[in-house]
Design a protein. Sequence first.
Lengths: 156, 106
Amino acid sequence: MTTRRDFLLLAAASLAAPAANAQVDPNLAANRKAAFQAALSKIVGDAKVQRGRVKLQLPPLIDNGNSVPLSVTVESPMNAADHVKAIHVLTEKNPLPDVVSVALGPRAGRASLATRVRLADTQTVTAIAQMSDGSFWSDSAEVVVTLSACLEEGLI
Amino acid sequence: MARAVVTVPAQAKRGEIVEIKTLAQHSMETGFRRTQTGELIPRDIIRTFTCTYNGVEVYRCDLHPAIAANPLIAFTTVATESGSLSFQWVGDNGFTVTEIAPIRVE
């Protein structure tokens, strides 16, 4: 027979267990921000990132974060003296900030990239272009994601 | 067997910028998903994509788990001479696919 004491203990345990599972890492937002900053400084180092020249295109409202069309174009003459050396795409709230890094040169003709990405959450996506003179240019786009690409802890 | 599709114009004028579209068949497992029993599904993605034009690298991508399944990559290159474009995808667990497309430049 279940005593009142047993019942209370069981009830308390069953209430506590899901609460513990559903608990989000309190440092998650800070960790994601630190990871984004680390990824950014790995690309640009100490250089200054200017806004402009880069055009990042994403749909503003995304139904399904599993496959989001993304395109980046960079204004550049793309000749031997002045061209885009690299294009990087970073996200703020994906489990990993890096999305894609492209290495290109004057043989590419135009500095462009079109692909499909996964987005975990409503967030800001940033594209950074590295020019042959060493300068960095960027553009960012804010997107609203209704269905996340990866339903892992912290995004419930 | 893994498959890949590339779209390259069969012929182009010298100096013309041609558009190239590539699509590889790959699940791009992120390594962040779990099974119903809570075990982590190991990462299995394509790491790099390289396009070489007659042996010279013209475009290279480093891909991360945030690229959607069956990665589509569209870009451009300058048609300089007749020859072939070679596309290579390299990924985890020894994944390698190579496609070759001829191009005629007038």
